[in-house]
Ligand binder design. Sequence first.
Ligand SMILES: Nc1ncnc2c1ncn2[C@@H]1O[C@H](COP(=O)(O)OP(=O)(O)O)[C@@H](O)[C@H]1O
Ligand SMILES: O=C(CO)[C@@H](O)[C@H](O)COP(=O)(O)O
Length: 541
Amino acid sequence: MAASTESFYLGFDFSTQQLKVVAVDGNLSVVHQDNVQFDSELPEFGTQGGVHVHADSLTVTSPVLMWVKALDLILGKMKNAGFDFSRVKALSGSGQQHGSVYWRKGTNQVLRDLQPGKSLHELLKGGFAVSDSPVWMDSSTTEQCQYLETAVGGAQRVADITGSRAYERFTGNQIAKIYKAQPEKYEDTERISLVSSFAASLFLGSYAAIDYSDGSGMNLMDIFSKQWADSCLEATAPHLEERLGAPVHSSAVLGLLSPYHVTRYGFPEDCKVVAFTGDNPGSLAGMRLQEGDIAVSLGTSDTVFLWIKEPRPTVEGHIFCNPVDRPSYMALICYKNGSLTRERIRNKCAGGSWEVFSSVLRTTPTGNNGNIGIYFDAMEITPSAVGVHRFDKENTKVSGEIRALVEGQFLAKRVHAEKLGYKIIPGTRVLATGGASSNKDILQVLSDVFDAPVYTIDVANSACLGCGYRALQGDTNTPALNHQLILVFGLNHNSGFSWCYCRARTKDCACSSSPGPELKNAAIGTIMEIHVQSDSCCYSI
Ligand SMILES: Nc1ncnc2c1ncn2[C@@H]1O[C@H](COP(=O)(O)OP(=O)(O)O)[C@@H](O)[C@H]1O
Ligand SMILES: O=C(CO)[C@@H](O)[C@H](O)COP(=O)(O)O
């Protein structure tokens, strides 16, 4: 069925420094874009670059309510700009990877009962057992990583199961730290979400499932069976599986948008919510990567990623499930010292101006006369090292900055990509995205280092764009949700809860003592197709 050009599809991205949204129409043309910068537009949370770096310089968190308030703000901005929410058929989104959100016991009910007269921020003020969510920049969990690798059988064994050896920022190790340091908060947690599935929950009005692709960044999921790995769960925290919920494919339709957004913003009642994923997987979809391409994302983090068919996990780099094509995978390498390090050197050597920074790149020779720099302001991820080191061609320490930094960053990417088996051949395309991909002089260095042409797409926010595409794909591939398959079964009739209705896709269940009229005559244990009038009443699960 051809998508109507009258319809809109939304893609959100809850990234490190901002919340962004892109709306596309049925022809994939961008019709609206907006963003909320956390530091400047939500100053009450006191973040720098969207995060709080703690005194130990290893712990890095973001206030979860800042993300909630950012969603209120961006939807309000769109409304004020006259965006026609009634044309939105489906939405999806992404989040910075690995970060975790801890929903307090009882909050699923709060999500189901959201009152449209109030902001999400007001309604969810008491909804989180942990108010400061650990994010991907955190590197405080070395002890938990060592424990996991020992318990499971070594770094390579953890990689063979989960796609990556134990990494400090990976969610399982963050959960293990919270369980150990703040057991009462873990106990008070009903559900643990990734930033992506947390954001999806705000739209769905109930806890949203974690998708396979972002779920691969947790050191908890078996990337081949796509199930939680028992050995990893056991080494992390007790009763974890029930707090995570079952993971789903990245293009799964999770359900219909919460009535809250229908009433407050005028979305249609049948607007679908497609699973949210990680920002890098979202970018892979948005850049329409082909096999053989290499993508370089220059956001807060720098990442390099590839679409692969035959995953061979190693102890350097990550393998994630592919967010677009079920049998495929993606390989990814992440660098913490990306844009923030370029900003530091810009402030130091170019008076805070990207124009001056660029002009230095234009007026210095490729190769920088043999001077090279390694700039790890913060503990790097690939490799695990910290410090600034600059050398000339005789290997003597020298000064010299802007070109040394940018060439050094891109040389590291080429070396690591080649170590993962990537071959640069005639016809190689380097696809660049993220905030710094708007800088042509930085991209020229990237092209020189990779000895290949560099392409960008019109929309630097490829993660949002990819999620707009994924929303459209989810909408067109799914029959109308008012014909969902509902599994009906009876519980102990004496307990007061006589019926459970389960969403076939998400396996979320709601129990009630008074079944709706369509279910009254259904035999216990049958799987039936029923016509759900709305997402309210006893079917709102
Ligand atoms: N003209 C430019 N040249 C180089 N870097 C830039 C330029 N404009 C923006 N950036 C960088 O882009 C970064 C933000 O990228 P973005 O992809 O939006 O981040 P995120 O998605 O992680 O929030 C900023 O930290 C900034 O350093
Ligand atoms: O940790 C990783 C990937 O493994 C990071 O790439 C985060 O996903 C943050 O993304 P940006 O906000 O920098 O885009």
